[in-house]
Design a protein around this ligand. Sequence first.
Ligand code: PLP
Length: 453
Amino acid sequence: APISAAARSTRQWQEADSAHFMHPFTDHAGLARKGARIITRAENIYLWDSEGHKILDAMSGLWCVNVGYGQQALIDAAARQMKELPFYNAFFQTSTPPAIQLAELLAEVTPPQFSKVFFTSSGSEGNDTVVRMVRHYWASLGQPERQVIIGRKNGYHGSTMAGASLGGMSGMHAQGGLPIPGIVHIEQPHWFELGRGQSREDFGLTAARWLEAKILEIGPEKVAAFIGEPVQGAGGVIVPPSTYWPEIQRICDRYGILLVSDEVICGFGRTGQWFGCETMGTKPDLMTFAKGVTSGYIPLGGVMVSDKVAKVLIEQGGEFNHGFTYSGHPTACAVAVANIRLIQQLNLVNHVRQNIGPQLAAGFASLEDHPLVGETQTCGMMGALQLVKDKASGQPFDPALEVGMLCRAHCFGNGLIMRAVGDRMIVAPPLVMSRDQVDEMMALIRHCLDLSL
Ligand code: PLP
């Protein structure tokens, strides 16, 4: 029989949860005291918990449910594929129709330099793949000393050893001896925190030139690649100044360094283009994706490999000793094909760019009159509120305590999921939102802020 949420009381679910389930990124002592909120079902942009509360999911799960919940086309695709061929691998010179179709479709919707894909099951595995792939690329070209990969502080590229090393989350580096060798970081392009003495545009150039300084410090002949999220998501929706990415591109081109765009959050329409690099005006050599490729209905990730890189790997690299049991998983690929076709049919990328993205931007800008809001930033369907305790002095909220409390107590308690990151509150709602639903979300956000005064 299917698992029924009604089979146990909330308390019973919570007790079993804290007895047996170790959650990611969770303080378990706190969780055991309070009990997890048990989410039992979802439809469109709403969730329901085991107590029957309806909640507007302004985070799309974990930045992934781009087409919203309950899409029958995705459900049918999974069921059909599970019946026909639930699993077969892509090792040993075998392939499957869903993986081939997805590879073809990805080549169609990604920028023109990409016609090949390497599949993984998650964004972290995608970024692990990037580390091995760029080093193997340079070794194949006869430059094995090009090993160093440059990432950014407060960037997020996953939780595996290589993913967490590429990322610049100090809390993650503090556990487990990270970063692994050959990965270094520069400062992030966070104007509110680092650049307020300069115009945004000037600061964008300054921040990009930290990359150039780092390359020169290491020696360009030792640098393999630079990796960044077009908009830093988990770091707090840090939208860089418009001057930043074009300058990064110029620097990568100048020193012949591969540019890797981590599109795990920004991909599949979130920024108002299919991929964030298109919004930011870069031409990456590799592109990691996950989340929105299946709208989170089933795990799938991968790396888009540009023709320039693929040619070297194929013609000079020999066998790439890398891959996963689930690389090209047929059921996951079938769901991804249905998801991408649905994004196309619903014209969601244009919907974000022309309709709800500008509406979100206007809604967030209108919150700047609020006494707790220092600045707002949006890009497509991602938004951040920089909270201050005192607007005049810019005195920040105590991030660990107060912003987290505000989210959990006021937002969750009032039917809204937002997320707290440091002293920022962020949203990344489903791309299928109607204009009325954006208004509904904005009213909830203002209400929750008012409760915190
Ligand atoms: N890269 C970015 C930009 C992400 O936001 C994430 C996850 O949030 C990852 C990589 C890691 O993806 P996953 O959690 O699927 O391993």
